[in-house]
Design a protein around this ligand. Structure first.
Ligand code: SF4
Length: 231
C-alpha cells in the first residue's frame, strides 16, 4: 500500500470531526476532471510508510478524532483492511472516500465494523456514467450495488457529485434524483480547475446553474445541498 500524501488536519473532510486525511495511490477510474491525476497509475512517490503514519497518529491522539482515507481509490489497496484495523486500535474514527466500484470491499469493511462514515462519489447520471468515469467496459451494476448498500443504512454516509461543465447537464441531475430518491445526504460541489486536473478544458458552473441542478434534485432528494459555494 502506497501512502502518497497526508493532510495533517482538516475540519472539512470528516463531518463533525477534526481529522487528518491520507491519500493512497491508484484508481480504477480515469475521470477526465480528476484533480488527483498524479495518483492514478501507481507511479506516484511513496511519501510515508505505514509505520510513519501510525506513529503520526499515536502522537496526535487527543488532538485528532478521525482519519479520512482517500485516493485515488482506497478499495484497491490490498492492505487496506489491516491498516484500518491498526488505525482503529489507536482509537480513531475512520471515514472512507470511494467511487463505489468495488461494492464487495465496501460491504466487507462495513460488516467488519471498520468504518464510521463513507463518502461515495456519484459521478453522473447512469447513461453518462462511463464517460464521466473515463472507463471503457464500465459496469453500472457495481455502482448501483454500492448505492443500494449505503442506502440500506448500515453505516453513516453521503453521496456527492462534482458538477463539471463539459461533462454534466440537467439530464444527469434528473436521473441522479430519480435514482437516489430518498433521504440520503447528498452534496453537489463545483468543479475547480487546476494544473493537476487529468484533462484540460473543463469549466465550473455558475452558482445559478448549480442552483438549477439543485432544483431538479430536491423533489427526489430533499436533503441535497451545495457544498463549497458559500459567498
Ligand atoms: S476523481 Fe475519478 S479518477 Fe480521480 S481518484 Fe476519484 S474516482 Fe479516481
Amino acid at each position: 500500500m502506497k501512502i502518497c500524501g497526508l493532510q495533517k488536519t482538516t475540519l472539512l473532510d470528516f463531518p463533525g470531526h477534526v481529522a487528518a486525511t491520507i491519500f493512497l495511490d491508484r484508481c480504477n477510474f480515469r475521470c477526465p476532471f480528476c484533480h488527483n491525476s498524479g495518483l492514478l497509475d501507481g507511479e506516484a512517490e511513496t511519501l510515508f510508510s505505514q509505520d510513519e503514519i501510525l506513529d503520526f497518529f499515536k502522537k496526535r491522539k487527543g488532538i485528532l478524532e478521525g482519519v479520512c482515507i482517500t485516493g485515488g481509490e482506497p478499495t484497491l489497496a490490498p492492505e487496506l483492511e489491516p491498516f484500518i484495523r491498526k488505525i482503529r486500535e489507536l482509537g480513531y474514527l475512520v471515514k472512507l472516500d470511494t467511487n463505489g466500484y468495488r461494492p464487495e470491499i465496501l460491504k466487507n469493511l462495513v460488516f467488519s465494523g471498520l468504518l464510521d462514515y463513507v463518502a461515495m462519489d456519484i459521478k453522473a447520471g447512469r447513461s453518462n456514467y462511463s464517460e464521466a468515469a473515463g472507463k471503457e467496459f464500465f459496469k453500472i451494476k457495481y455502482i448501483e450495488e454500492s448505492v443500494s448498500f449505503l442506502m440500506s443504512g448500515k453505516v453513516p454516509y453521503e453521496f456527492r457529485t462534482t458538477a463539471v461543465k463539459g461533462i454534466h447537464d440537467l439530464k444527469d441531475f434528473s436521473d441522479i434524483g430519480r435514482w437516489l430518491a430518498g433521504n440520503s445526504p447528498y452534496y453537489l460541489q463545483n468543479f475547480e480547475d487546476s494544473e493537476q486536473v487529468l484533462c484540460s478544458g473543463f469549466q465550473s458552473f455558475s452558482k445559478e446553474e448549480l442552483e438549477e441542478f439543485l432544483n431538479v434534485l430536491r423533489p427526489f432528494l430533499p436533503n441535497a445541498l451545495l457544498r463549497g459555494t458559500e459567498g
